[in-house]
Design a protein around this ligand. Structure first.
Ligand SMILES: Nc1ncnc2c1ncn2[C@@H]1O[C@H](COP(=O)(O)OP(=O)(O)OP(=O)(O)O)[C@@H](O)[C@H]1O
Length: 463
């Protein structure tokens, strides 16, 4: 191509570039118009972050000077080129709560430098909080939230569709508005504690509503706050629950005994029926469902009864027996697909006995009154993380916010869990009631069909 041709094509190239910019501007405008007020503010914020980055980065110590002279040491006019100041390249995206910035590290400008600069970035970007985490090798992700996600209530409307992965429990958004979930695969127990009215039931409701459309899960509930299944928080869900007991210690004892028997029968037959030692290797199924026992207001079943009269002695014996049975389920139920969720308002050692709490790998706590209660709910380590302590969640703005130990790294996350309306829970329970089965019966059916398959006559027929 000659120089003349290049000059001649310049208007066409400029026109194409302008058209591209026009298309991009139109796309941005359409997104802006369709977005809600919070997202629009974040989109404007993202423009500011991009526009000011070249000036801001060196001011907050996020630049490096490249002193190596380029290939041409002396320019034709005799001047030596100045060293170049390099700044990390960024890509900025916006959502309801703020901006998500992907940055590329430079020599001596990495994770530590970005983390040191985070408070300055928060000031410059007008953010309540900025966090910096590693992304891909050599890249970082910086989360800046303009609005504190912990104080913005959210709602969740269950879709009624079968979850893609039954073992993933979506909990809500953390303090950086990033989604938090826990894996329930190989988890035998979850504890949920918190002052009354701070969102425990809503959290458990969400779990049930999201998983209930699957035939690979069955629920049993012991609710210590009520006497019959038609009262209280689980009244809307009874159609999807295969066993329910209220505050009667003897009935609870019978339910826990029944589930321990299921645990034993499953342990005895898992290799023959599933061909594995751990149900999670093949995943839960309609024939071998994940069996979830929810023990709400656990204090009712485990508390230490003190007194020498016959009735109190009987209650004390039942409570001790209940704790022992639930401990059995938590300690030995994992590989056979039994999960225990223990919720309580009362954070004392006898509400969730420490020998049970300590074997539950997942612990969540809504607001707590005292540091001791926080320790009972989340373990000793919470004392080392005062910012995340549930004692700081007592303001009504934090209804629905829980603290939870990070899975796989030190520290605790605070999570804004969404509210699930009772009407939605009722709708899901009604729509999925036909899936309710007793896992003990299912186990028997599975054993019978396995026996039939072993039968030489049946084998011949099948062949
Ligand atoms: N995640 C949430 N977001 C916003 N509001 C919530 C949330 N969860 C609960 N609430 C509000 O708090 C009220 C009480 O919630 P919930 O029944 O879940 O509390 P709880 O901790 O289970 O109380 P209790 O221990 O008395 O059963 C709800 O009716 C609702 O108005």
């Amino acid at each position: 191509m000659t120089v003349g041709e290049v000059i001649g094509s310049a208007p066409a190239v400029a026109g194409a570039a302008l058209a591209l910019i026009g298309i991009w501007a139109l796309w941005w405008l359409v997104r802006y118009v369709r977005a809600d007020t919070m997202t629009r503010a974040s989109m404007r914020q993202a423009i500011g972050v991009r526009r000011r980055w070249r000036r801001l980065a060196p001011m907050v110590g996020l630049s490096v000077t490249d002193k190596t002279p380029p290939a041409v040491i002396v320019a034709p006019d005799g001047k030596v080129p100045k060293p170049r100041v390099l700044i990390p390249k960024i890509k900025v995206a916006a959502d309801r709560y703020g901006v998500l910035v992907h940055a590329v590290c430079l020599p001596k400008v990495g994770l530590a430098e970005f983390q040191r600069a985070a408070p300055y970035l928060a000031d410059a970007w007008r953010c309540t909080r900025v966090s910096v985490l590693p992304d891909k090798p050599g890249q970082l992700v910086i989360r800046g939230v303009r609005v504190d996600p912990l104080i913005v209530p959210t709602e969740h409307t269950p879709t009624g569709t079968v979850p893609e992965d039954l073992a993933v429990w979506d909990l809500g958004l953390d303090e950086y508005a990033l989604p938090v979930s826990v894996s329930l695969a190989n988890v035998p127990g979850v504890t949920v504690a918190g002052l009354p009215g701070f969102g425990k039931t809503s959290l458990v409701n969400r779990f049930m509503c999201d998983t209930a459309p699957s035939d690979a899960v069955q629920y049993a509930v012991a609710d210590g706050k009520v006497t019959s299944s038609h009262e209280g928080d689980y009244a809307d869900l009874t159609d999807r629950i295969f066993a329910f007991v209220g505050d009667d210690l003897e009935e609870a004892n019978a339910l826990f005994t029944r589930l321990v028997k299921l645990r034993r029968d499953r342990s005895a037959s898992i290799r023959a029926l599933l061909g594995v030692k751990n149900m999670w290797h093949v995943g839960p199924s309609a024939a071998w469902p994940l069996t979830v026992l929810i023990v709400d207001e656990a204090h009712t079943y485990f508390r230490d009864y003190k007194g020498s009269d016959t009735r109190t002695k009987k209650l004390a014996a039942l409570a001790a027996e209940n704790a022992r049975l639930v401990e059995d389920l938590v300690k030995k139920g994992r590989n056979v697909g039994i999960l225990v969720i223990i919720a309580t308002q009362k954070a004392t050692g006898d509400a969730i006995p420490t020998f049970i709490r300590d074997v539950c790998p997942v612990g969540l706590s809504f607001a707590q009154k005292t540091a001791e209660a926080a320790v009972v709910a989340l373990g000793e380590d919470i004392r080392n993380w005062p910012d995340a302590s549930p004692t700081a969640l007592q303001d009504p703005a934090y209804v629905g916010v829980a603290a939870m130990a990070h899975q796989g790294r030190p520290g605790f996350a605070r999570i804004r869990t969404p509210y699930v309306a009772d009407a939605d829970a009722a709708r899901i329970a009604t729509d999925t009631a036909h899936l309710t089965r007793d896992p003990a019966e299912l186990l028997e059916e599975l054993a019978v069909s396995a026996m039939r398959m072993d039968d030489p006559f049946t084998k011949r027929e099948a062949a």
